[in-house]
Ligand binder design. Structure first.
Ligand code: 26Q
Length: 804
C-alpha cells in the first residue's frame, strides 16, 4: 500500500528544508528574511501535509475501486488538538522536520506551540472521536468522520479572582493549515416549512435553506500506510444576497439565509450534558447529519444503482444521540425520494445504523419538545410517528419515542439502530439494566459493549518521548501499532536498574512540568513531591469537590503535627465548567480560594501545593499526563460511563486512586488490584445508600475530619472577605449530597494516606508504576476499533488483511 515518499524529491540533499522554503515563498508569499512565526509554522505544516497527500489519495482510490464497505462516523465533536507533531510522528518525520526547521534558524518547539489547539469538542466524547479517526487510519479501515467546522471551538477559560470567565476561542482566526476546502461538495439543507401530501406521497417544502460545504482534513495512520478523511461541514447562504427582496425594500428577507448560515456553524455548545430545547442546537444537529447522509448516498450511487445494497456499503455510527436524526432523515430519503415502503425503509436504515451511548445521567438524555422538532423538521416528525407506530405494532409494550410532548432521542436512536453499545463493561451492564431496560428486554441481542480506548501514538509516543525511547530500547519499535507488546515490560518489574531508568523518564517529565508551572502560574513546586492530578470537565459527579475537601483535611493533619513524616504533594487540577453550571463554577472558585491560602502557608507550603492552571485543553493534557504520579478517577460509582483520561495516565505510568466506576474496573483488572488504590461504594451500594433518608448527614456526623473541613469552609476560612460564599455548597452536602461525597470521604482520605506511604517506597512504587504501563496495552483504541469493526460494522481492513 501507499507509503509516504516523494520519489521525485528524494535525490535532493535536504528535501524538507527546501519544501518549507518553497511553501514560504509560493504559498505564503514571504522570504526567509521577512517571514513571521505564523509563516514558518504554516510552511512547516503545509510541507508535512504534502507528505500525507499521496498516501491519502491512494487510500481513497483503493476504497473506491475495491468497493469496500465504509464506516461513517457521525459526531458533533472532534477534539483534535494540535496536529504538527501528530502528523510528523505518524509519518515518521519528526526528526527530519526538527532538523530542517533548526537549520533554517527557527526554534522547532516554538513553531509547534504556535499552532492553535483545535478544540471542536467538550471532552471525552469528542476526544474519543479523534482517537477513533487515528485508529481507523492505522488499521486501514475505509472510513470518513463527519462533523461541524465550528468557527469557535470550546471557549477559553480564564480565572479572575478565582472565578471562571469564558472568552471566545478563535482557532480559525488564522488559516487552518491542514484542511482542503471543497466548494464543489455542497448540499442544500432545508429547515421549517410544510409538508404536502398527494396521492400517498409526501413532499417537504422547507421555508429556509442553507448550503453545507465540505472541508476535508486528511487523517493518515501510523507509518502513513492508510489515510481517511475528516469531513467537516460549514454553512453558506444558499443565495449570497437576495437582490429581488432587497429591491422590494424587504431587507430582512434579503439576508435571511445569510443570517442562518452565519449562526449555524458559529460556535460549539459548551455544555457536556444538555442545553435543553435550544433551537439552534437542533439545527446544528440536523445540518451536519443531513449533509453527511446526502454525501454518503452520493458516494454510494457512484457504483450502485439499487438502494437496497446500502447496508453492504455503509456502516453509519452515531456518536451519542446528537446525530440521531440520521434515522428519520435516511427513512425520509428512502420513502419520499426512492419510493420505498415505510416498513422496508425503516428496516433498511436500521441495518446501516449503530448508536453509541455515553451517559446514564437522566438529565443528559436528549429530548426535544415535539412542537419544536415539528416546526424545524415537519416531515421528520411525521416519520418519527411512523417509526413509533411500526415499533408499537411489533412490540406494544415498547417504551415510547414520543411521550409527554417530547421526542426522546435515546429511544429513537435505539429503535433505529441494529446495534447499541456502551463504552465500558460496567456502563453497558447499566445501560441494559437501567436507561434501556425495557428496550433491552424486547431486543435482547442489540446492546453490546465496546470498552473505550486511546491512541497510543498521541498519548504515549508523542507526548512522552522520554518513556517511549526507553520502551523502544527494551521491546523494539512495534508497540505503537501493537500495544499488547507492552506486557513484555512486566518481566522488568524486578530489575532495579530498569526501574531506575523508568522513574528517570518520569522525573524528566516532572521537571518539565515544574518549570512550566513556575513560568505560567508563578508557583514553585518540587519535582520530588508526588504529583497528584485530576483533569476533566468540572462536574458534581466527578467529585472535584471531594478532592479539594480531602486536600483541606490533609492540610489540617499536617498542622496538627507539623514535624510528622509527611509525603510532599502537589495537587494539580484542570478543567472547565459549562458556563451555566453554577455549582461547578462554585467548585472552581473554592479550589482557587483554597489554593490561595494553602500555597502561602509557611507551615505547609513545602509539603502541600495546589496548582490549577486555567484553560485545560488537549495540549495541556499532553504535558500533565506524562508528569503524573497519581491519577484521580473518583467519580460516584455508576456515573462515569467510561473515562479515557484514566487510561492515558495508567499508560504513562501513573497509579490510579479510584472508585469502581466506568473503565476503572477493567483497568484495575488489567494492571492488577495490588497496583491500584481502590476505595468507595460500588454502584449497587450507591443505589442502596440513596434509599436511606438522610444518608449524607449521617455520614458527616460519623466523620469528625469532614465536619471540621466543612466548618472551616462555612466559616469563611478560605473566603474571609465573604464568609458566606460557600454556604450553599456546604449546605447541600449536609442536606442532599446526591453524589455521595460524604459517604466516600473517609475511605478516600485513608486511601490517600496509603498512597503517601507507598510513594515513599521508591522501588516498589516504581514497580507498581511499571505494571500500570505494562498492563494497559489492551486500552489502545486500535483494539476498540477492531471490536466495532467485528461486532457492529462488519467491515475489514483494506491493508494486509490484518483484521481477518
Ligand atoms: C447535548 C445536547 C445539547 C448540548 C450538549 C450536549 C452534549 C454535548 C457533549 C451532551 C454530552 C456531551 C459529551 C459527553 C461526554 O463527553 N461523555 C463522556 O464520553 C466519554 C467517551 O465515551 C466517556 O469516557 C465519559 O465517561 C463520558 O462522560
Amino acid at each position: 500500500m501507499a507509503r509516504v515518499t516523494r520519489p521525485d524529491r528524494q535525490d535532493r540533499t535536504d528535501p524538507m528544508k527546501e519544501e518549507i522554503l518553497a511553501h514560504l515563498r509560493y504559498s505564503l508569499g514571504k522570504d526567509a528574511e521577512h517571514a513571521a512565526l505564523y509563516d514558518w509554522r504554516m510552511a512547516l505544516s503545509l510541507s508535512l501535509r504534502d507528505r500525507m497527500v499521496d498516501s491519502w489519495y491512494q487510500s481513497t482510490k483503493a476504497s473506491y475501486t475495491g468497493h469496500k464497505k465504509r464506516v461513517y462516523y457521525l459526531s458533533m465533536e472532534f477534539l483534535i488538538g494540535r496536529l504538527i507533531e501528530d502528523v510528523a510522528a505518524n509519518i515518521g518525520l519528526t526528526d527530519e522536520a526538527r532538523a530542517a526547521v533548526t537549520e533554517l534558524g527557527q526554534d522547532y518547539d516554538i513553531l509547534v506551540h504556535d499552532e492553535p489547539d483545535a478544540a471542536l469538542g467538550n471532552g471525552g466524547l469528542g476526544r474519543l472521536a479523534a482517537c477513533f479517526m487515528d485508529s481507523l487510519a492505522t488499521l486501514g479501515i475505509p472510513a470518513m468522520g463527519y462533523g461541524i467546522r465550528y468557527e469557535h471551538g470550546l471557549f477559553e477559560q480564564d480565572f479572575v479572582e478565582g472565578q471562571q470567565i469564558e472568552k471566545p476561542e478563535t482557532w480559525l482566526a488564522q488559516r487552518h493549515a491542514w484542511e482542503f476546502e471543497r466548494p464543489e461538495v455542497s448540499y442544500k439543507i432545508g429547515f421549517g416549512g410544510h409538508v404536502q401530501h398527494h396521492e400517498g406521497k409526501a413532499k417537504w417544502h422547507p421555508h429556509e435553506t442553507v448550503l453545507a460545504t465540505a472541508f476535508d482534513t486528511p487523517v493518515v495512520g501510523w507509518q502513513g500506510r492508510w489515510g481517511n478523511t475528516l469531513r467537516l461541514w460549514s454553512a453558506r447562504p444558499q443565495k449570497e444576497f437576495d437582490l429581488a427582496s432587497f429591491n422590494r425594500g424587504d431587507y430582512l428577507a434579503a439576508s435571511r439565509s445569510e443570517a442562518l448560515a452565519r449562526t449555524i456553524c458559529r460556535v460549539l455548545y459548551p455544555d457536556d450534558t444538555t442545553e435543553s430545547g435550544k433551537e439552534l442546537r437542533l439545527k446544528q444537529e440536523y445540518f451536519f447529519t443531513a449533509a453527511s447522509i446526502h454525501d454518503l448516498l452520493r458516494r454510494f450511487f457512484i457504483d450502485h444503482d439499487d438502494i437496497r445494497a446500502l447496508p453492504d456499503a455503509a456502516a453509519i455510527q452515531l456518536n451519542d444521540t446528537h446525530p440521531a436524526i440520521a434515522g428519520p432523515e435516511l427513512v425520509r430519503i428512502l420513502v419520499d425520494i426512492h419510493g420505498l415502503e415505510m416498513a422496508e425503509a425503516i428496516e433498511l436504515a436500521r441495518r446501516c445504523l449503530g448508536y453509541t451511548n455515553h451517559t446514564l445521567l437522566p438529565e443528559a438524555l436528549e429530548r426535544w419538545p415535539e412542537w419544536l422538532l415539528g416546526r424545524v423538521l415537519p416531515r421528520h416528525l411525521e416519520i418519527i410517528r411512523s417509526i413509533e407506530d411500526s415499533q408499537q405494532s411489533h412490540h406494544p409494550d415498547s417504551p415510547r419515542i414520543l411521550d409527554h410532548g417530547n421526542v426522546n432521542m435515546g429511544e429513537l436512536a435505539f429503535i433505529m439502530a441494529h446495534k447499541v453499545n456502551g463504552v465500558s463493561a460496567l456502563h453497558t451492564d447499566l445501560v441494559k439494566s437501567t436507561v434501556f431496560a425495557d428496550l433491552h428486554r424486547i431486543h435482547p441481542n442489540r446492546i453490546v459493549n465496546q470498552t473505550n480506548g486511546i491512541t497510543p501514538r498521541r498519548w504515549l509516543y508523542e507526548c512522552n518521548p522520554a518513556l517511549s525511547k526507553l520502551i523502544t530500547r527494551e521491546i523494539g519499535d512495534a508497540w505503537p501499532a501493537d500495544l499488547d507488546q507492552l506486557s513484555r515490560l512486566r518481566d522488568r518489574s524486578g530489575d532495579h536498574g530498569f526501574l531506575q531508568e523508568f522513574m528517570a523518564a518520569k522525573r524528566v517529565n516532572k521537571e518539565r512540568l515544574s518549570n512550566w508551572v513556575q513560568e505560567h502560574c508563578g508557583i514553585a513546586i518540587d519535582p520530588d513531591a508526588m504529583f497528584d492530578v485530576q483533569i476533566k470537565r468540572i462536574h458534581e459527579y466527578k467529585r472535584q469537590l471531594m478532592n479539594i475537601l480531602e486536600t483541606i483535611a490533609f492540610w489540617n493533619e499536617i498542622h496538627a503535627n507539623p514535624n510528622g513524616n509527611w509525603t510532599p504533594r502537589v495537587k494539580i487540577f484542570g478543567g472547565k465548567a459549562a458556563p451555566g453550571y453554577h455549582v461547578a463554577k462554585q467548585i472552581i472558585r473554592l479550589i482557587n480560594d483554597v489554593a490561595g491560602v494553602l500555597n502561602n502557608d509557611p507551615v505547609t507550603k513545602d509539603l502541600l501545593k495546589i496548582v490549577y492552571p486555567p484553560n485545560y485543553n488537549v495540549t495541556m493534557a499532553e504535558m500533565l499526563i506524562p508528569a503524573a504520579d497519581l491519577s484521580e478517577q473518583i467519580s460516584t460509582a455508576g456515573k462515569e460511563a467510561s473515562g479515557t483520561g484514566n487510561m492515558k495516565f495508567a499508560l504513562n505510568g501513573a497509579l490510579t486512586i479510584g472508585t469502581l466506576d466506568g473503565a476503572n474496573v477493567e483497568i484495575r483488572d488489567h494492571v492488577g488490584p495490588e497496583n491500584f488504590f481502590l476505595f468507595g461504594l460500588t454502584a449497587a451500594e450507591v443505589t442502596e445508600r440513596r434509599s436511606h433518608h438522610g444518608y449524607a448527614r449521617a455520614a458527616i456526623e460519623q466523620s469528625p475530619r469532614m465536619q471540621k473541613v466543612l466548618a472551616q469552609i462555612a466559616e469563611g476560612r478560605f473566603s474571609p472577605e465573604e464568609p458566606s460564599r460557600y454556604h450553599d455548597l456546604v449546605g447541600n452536602l449536609w442536606d442532599h449530597d446526591h453524589f455521595l461525597v460524604s459517604c466516600d470521604f473517609d475511605t478516600y482520605f485513608d486511601m490517600q494516606r496509603r498512597a503517601d506511604e507507598a510513594f515513599t517506597q521508591t522501588s516498589s512504587w516504581a514497580a507498581m508504576a511499571l505494571n500500570n504501563t505494562a498492563g494497559v496495552g489492551w486500552f489502545s483504541s486500535d483494539r476498540t476499533i477492531r471490536g466495532y469493526a467485528r461486532d457492529i460494522w462488519n467491515v475489514g481492513s483494506a491493508i494486509d488483511g490484518e483484521l481477518e
